[in-house]
Design a protein around this ligand. Structure first.
Ligand code: NG1
Ligand code: ZN
Length: 533
């Protein structure tokens, strides 16, 4: 049975605040750090149980609140192949986190162990990490109490990025197998990525230095190490690296700031030069936004949709050049937030699917292609190569030197890309590879298509749960009648598109609108918001 005495004793040190209802949402648990202590303790136990359920495979736990303000924190679980926690366990996490007392928590655990048929005699292994938030160490120690309570073997991966933690989970669980993902260390991660990068650009001119806005977060540490491994193959200029300055994290900088304000962080305005390209990471380095200053010094944002367009078109070309276009099908997955112009550009070249917001939806849809490219407009995304495709690439006998080079590039891409989850640093190297191969600067990349003007607004409502959507969140079924009103408004705007959905991470409803003219996109967004309010 459960080690009830040890759980009881440690649980008393981590009481649940009485007035709070926690939810394991699309980004795990995420809220003010000051109320999360009991959640971390209980997540430690849950991670141990998840490992036992999966026969002792290593489970990951990441303590981060990503792009949120510094006073927030959060926690999410990572399944053995480095992917997000299986969704059926999300509700168990929610239930356990809300048990009001130690006794209630233990009863809930007992019921869960019984219903989920967890064999408690199995070993439990968990690897965990945190970002640079000041609240991290105390929350990690609550997590460690949870691991201790359930008798799990914990490995502390320290302060690192979310994608590195995902990499470690997969590397640990595939160690010594035919699918070995890489050495299960940070060194293994940097070596894998940079070796692949060096091979991919070896015949190309050295790219011009890239400016990186590290959001004053953990990405600063990681980008610094990456730069060391890259040596003189590619130079990175790191900015916003103040990881210990109070309040600096994600403040007026970082990928989310760039995407939501569509502006250059002012901390970079005296640094970036006309013609130069740069990029912003978010607080846990799993999102990436590019930008460049055109020759007139005008800021141009290159978001996740532009990355998807660049990368997907490149992979399609390589597959064709390799002579594999009959047997390897490349597809793209987007959400409703993808700019309509990107969808049009992509759909002219390859299959495109639209799914609900949330990485797990994109990831799962991308798994249905031989090569699945997925990116959210906000810069979170990656490319997945199916096991069959990996085998095809490994076994393929090219019949010309050109085919042979293209296959080699594809194989190196499978090493360069962190296929477990969106990874700002891996994605950045990927973008740089494509730019080098196409001999593109920011301007040429930006010109692939012209973004439709758009506007995203948040609306605070009494109860966002009354908003129900269908069709990958593009249409509302509830409140009844609202969709018809939205449709008739949208019809009045040239190139108009708008949709409304409840956020999965904040207590708001989001309204998105697009139109051919910026002022019209703004007006449409605000008029639809007026209907929602
Ligand atoms: P919500 O709050 O459900 O809109 C936000 C992002 C998602 C995704 C999640 C997880 C937007 C409009 N929404 O979701 O794309 O990244 O956070 O972090 O950017
Ligand atoms: Zn993030």
């Amino acid at each position: 049975g459960l080690p009830v005495a040890s759980i009881k004793e440690l649980s008393e040190k981590h009481p649940k605040p009485s007035d709070i209802k926690f939810t394991y949402g699309t980004a795990g648990f995420r809220t003010l750090a000051s109320v999360l202590d009991s959640v971390l303790f209980r997540v430690g136990i849950l991670a141990g149980l998840r490992s036992k359920k999966l026969d002792g495979k290593t489970i990951g736990v990441m303590v981060t609140a990503s792009h949120n303000p510094e006073q927030d924190n959060g926690v999410k679980l990572v399944d053995p192949r480095g992917e997000m926690l299986e969704s059926s366990w999300e509700s168990h996490a929610t239930t356990l986190s809300n048990a009001s007392s130690t006794d209630e928590f233990i009863s809930a655990l007992e019921a869960f162990v019984r219903d989920a048929k967890i064999d408690l005699s199995k070993p439990a292994r968990v690897v965990y990490a945190m970002d640079t938030r000041p609240s991290g160490p105390a929350l990690v120690s609550a997590l460690e109490d949870g691991l201790r309570a359930i008798g799990a073997d914990g490995r502390n991966a320290g302060v690192t990025t979310t994608p590195i933690l995902h990499y470690l989970v997969r590397a640990i669980n595939t160690k010594g197998t035919a699918e070995a993902y890489g050495d299960d260390s940070e060194d293994g991660y940097y070596t894998k990525l940079t070796n692949a990068f060096k091979k991919l650009v070896s015949a190309k001119p050295t790219p011009s230095p890239l400016l990186i806005d590290c959001a004053n977060g953990v990405g600063a540490n990681a980008a610094k190490k990456l730069a060391e491994y890259l040596g003189d193959t590619f130079s990175l200029v790191l900015e916003n690296t103040s990881i210990t300055a109070p309040g600096a994290l994600n403040n007026a900088c970082g990928a989310d700031f760039v995407k939501t304000t569509q502006k250059l962080p002012s901390s970079l305005s005296n640094i970036i030069k006309p013609g130069q390209r740069g990029c912003s990471l978010d607080g846990d380095a799993d999102r990436l936004m590019y930008f460049h200053l055109d020759d007139r010094g005008q800021f141009r944002m290159l978001d996740g949709d532009k990355i998807a367009a660049l990368v997907a078109a490149f992979i399609v070309e390589l597959v064709k050049a390799a002579g594999l276009d009959e047997s390897i099908k490349v597809g793209v997955v987007q959400t409703a937030y993808a700019n309509g112009a990107s969808t049009k550009y992509l759909a002219e070249r390859l299959p495109v699917k639209c799914v609900s917001t949330g990485v797990k939806h994109l990831h799962h849809a991308a798994e249905h292609y031989d090569v699945g490219v997925y990116f959210e407009a906000n810069g979170h995304g990656t490319v997945l190569f199916s096991p069959d495709t990996l085998a095809k690439l490994a076994d393929y006998q090219p019949s010309t030197p050109a085919q042979s080079t293209a296959v080699e590039h594809l194989v190196n891409l499978t090493q360069l890309i962190n296929q477990t989850v969106g990874d700002a640093l891996s994605d950045m190297l990927l973008v740089e590879v494509v730019l080098a191969h196409k001999a593109y600067g920011g301007l040429e990349w930006d010109s692939l298509y012209v973004d439709l003007p758009n506007r995203l607004v948040k609306v605070v409502v009494a109860d966002r749960h009354i908003f129900k959507t269908v069709d990958a969140e593009r249409r509302l079924t509830s409140p009844v009648g609202l969709q018809d009103k939205i449709d008739s408004l949208v019809g009045k705007y040239e190139g108009g598109r708008s949709f409304v959905r409840p956020s999965g991470t904040e207590d708001v409803v989001r309204v998105y609108a697009e139109a051919v003219v910026k002022s019209q996109a703004d007006e449409l967004a605000f008029r639809v918001a007026g209907l929602v309010y």
